[in-house]
Write a new protein. Structure first.
Length: 210
């Protein structure tokens, strides 16, 4: 996968930093150093990339936009309900996150389906019910293929791809991406690994204190 090396390096830095100092600020994983003019001189300027505006439907067929995440931290992932490989493991682990922060108005989860033909909102509602998810704190999001795939690859840096030879017909990475209240990416964790999910929750606590 084209982002595997990037996220692998980022994950290593996050896990090492988290072990050393659990009270520190989390790093920013998408930032650029540019220049700006100040009093006629070019000085360095840091620009943080953010998740852009979007308009999708959730499992209740309600419109969800980026504004629904204003003032909240959230965890984003990409999956499909008929996935026979990593998705069930990811969402069993993500359920631990949901249960820990259930009812916390500062925390949301956002799972985007990459099988937009099969995973209608009503089908994702059934999927959510089977997991025991209630309300809209954990959003299951549906949109057009172009919308979802662009968000995944351009903004969350998660590789997704339709592949008829792959189990279930799709290939995707199992990252859980942590986004802060200003919609900046602050961490990425392998959702299939319990230790990474434990670190995610440690980092979410840190982010809530910022």
């Amino acid at each position: 996968m084209k982002y595997a090396i990037f996220w692998s390096a980022a994950l290593s830095l996050l896990l090492i930093a988290g072990c050393k100092d659990k009270t520190k600020r989390l790093p920013f994983l998408q930032m650029e150093i540019t220049t700006k003019e100040v009093n006629g001189e070019s000085v360095p300027d840091t620009v943080f990339r953010t998740i852009p505006a979007f308009k999708l439907l959730n499992q209740d067929s309600s419109v969800v936009t980026e504004k629904d995440f204003d003032g909240k931290i959230y965890v984003a992932d990409f999956f499909f309900t008929s996935c026979p490989s990593i998705c069930p493991v990811m969402h069993r682990n993500l359920m631990k996150v949901y249960q820990k922060y259930q009812g916390n108005p500062q925390v949301k989860l956002a799972s985007h389906t990459i099988d937009v033909k099969y995973d209608t909102p009503s089908r994702m509602k059934s999927y959510a019910n089977k997991l025991g998810v209630k309300g809209d704190q954990w959003e299951y999001l549906w949109g057009t293929r172009d919308e979802i795939y662009a968000l995944a690859e351009r903004n969350y840096l998660v590789a997704v791809q339709q592949d008829n030879k792959a189990p279930g017909g799709f290939v995707h990475q199992g990252y859980l991406v942590l986004v802060d209240k200003q919609k900046r990416i602050r961490g990425a964790y392998d959702g299939t690994l319990e230790k990474d999910v434990e670190q995610l929750m440690v980092d979410m606590d840190i982010l809530l204190e910022e």
